[in-house]
Ligand binder design. Sequence first.
Ligand code: PLP
Length: 399
Amino acid sequence: MTGIYPAATQLERHRQQFPALANKAYFNFGGQGTLPQASLEAIQQAYTYIQHNGPFSVGVNAWIMEEGNKTRQAIASEFGAPVETITLTEDVTVGCNIPMWGIDWQAGDHILLTDCEHPGVVATAQEIARRFKVEVSTCPIMETLNEGNPTEVIAQHLQPRTRLVILSHLLWNTGQVLPVTEIVEVCRNYSASTQLIRVLVDAAQSAGSLPLNLTELGADFYAFTGHKWLCGPEGIGGLYVRPDALESISPTFSGWRGIVIDEVGKPVGWKPDARRFEVATSAYPLYAGLREAIATHQQWGTPQERYEQICKRSEYLWQRLSELDNVRTLATSPPKAGLVSFVLTNGHSHKQLVNSLEQQGFMLRTILDPDCVRACVHYFTQPAEIDQLIEAIRLEARD
Ligand SMILES: Cc1ncc(COP(=O)(O)O)c(C=O)c1O
């Protein structure tokens, strides 16, 4: 972050590494991040390397193994976790599915979800309920955005048969950050008199935006993706599995990457760590793309520094939105991360607003529940972009 250039120039130079930022004002990092040029090049080089040296050969196979190791290592050190806790997946949803299907469900067991979880995860829970006669219930977290205590809400909804609590660290719809460590503690204390309750965190919005130390956070499972706030390519994500939770789930999809074989090639067991949940052939060149994206952020600052900058930018956006006529931010105090959700109070359509902004070069999205518009800011979002967005919304929101 420091150097011979003043901060504004330095940020502008940093932004030039992201081709997507050249021709638009981008506020959709929660949907997909902007890939750095270095990632694109690393992906291309990796594909070229494979073709040049294989594609299938002893050399390329060894290189692929090393790519996996380096990628798990880069993720582990960014998230404050031991490398053996990291499974590489394709995306958040696969990472959630691993523990969700991996528990040996018994009829009558209970899954607790919050009312702010992503439909893909909700659908998985519903299918588990149907197949195994498990009960799924939802607790009202959305209403705690401005007052109330999400930990207490979760505590009130635990049941003697609860085996899994599923929640997002940073809610994708309202932008609220949930106190995961506190919630895990409540689940552990409740579990003391019943069976152990595991906590699965959907980290779609938190990985790459909140500073993380997964060992200290305490969650059993933390499912993330590289393609949102980390700005990596789509198609690579992962799952953190707390060491003492490893044996509590079994691989459901399984394959050669997750097993140990004997000298005649027969499977003799699972890999001893979280790699047991990896399955088979993947788009390996994406791994280098994700590592480059992480390295690009690290050039700018630590996760803590990036988070502080995200909060400064989101507070600015929140403040300026709050001053507009016919606009109401969902949060009544500055957001604790980069998601800022708001509504039009004069009945104008959110969909039309987002479409019209997009025509003008501002990328945002609508959310259905609650019905609102979501703008995401990253640490490299420029205040000038926010000013331009505010002016465009002001004009659109006029009566
Ligand atoms: C909270 C949340 N969970 C899950 C997902 C799905 O992510 P993926 O496509 O990486 O599985 C999203 C994507 O928007 C999300 O916001």
